[in-house]
Write a protein that binds this ligand. Structure first.
Ligand SMILES: [Fe+2]
Length: 136
């Protein structure tokens, strides 16, 4: 199996809102830990640890964002995406409980990578820009 790429932290990912940036930084670290365990073939032993970190992101960070983005004109759509993320993570957890294999790790890594590319660096950036330009 070829090695999977890490997400490299870049200053252009910064939104300027500390709480949000901390959450995103933590998300990247968790993603990269997952890449490590896939590359080292430790998936069965370590997946639960990763999953808990992602659940923490979902419970704390996504809620922080929702508090911050109130008033944003794309708020409902953004919140719906968060709900979809939580649903996906719950699905991964259920699948893992039934069938603990490396496919689950790779699927989770793909999903996290897509989430980073499609949501974090696009949708969150748009939301933060709106909130900064339209202070409450
Ligand atoms: Fe978000």
């Amino acid at each position: 199996m070829s090695e999977i790429d890490y997400i490299q932290w870049q200053s252009e990912f910064l939104t300027g809102i500390d709480k949000i940036d901390e959450g995103h930084h933590h998300f990247i670290k968790t993603h990269n830990k997952l890449v490590d365990i896939i590359n080292k073939d430790f998936c069965e032993k370590k997946l639960l640890e990763i999953l808990y970190a992602v659940m923490h992101y979902a419970e704390h960070h996504l809620i922080n964002e929702e508090l911050c983005y109130q008033g944003y004109d794309g708020f409902s759509e953004h919140k719906a995406k968060h709900k979809e993320f939580v649903g996906k993570i719950n699905d991964v957890r259920e699948t893992m409980e039934k069938n603990n294999n490396s496919d689950v790790c790779i699927k989770l890594q793909n999903y996290m990578h897509d989430w980073f590319m499609q949501h974090i660096i696009k949708k969150d950036m748009e939301a933060v820009k709106y909130v900064k330009n339209n202070p409450r």
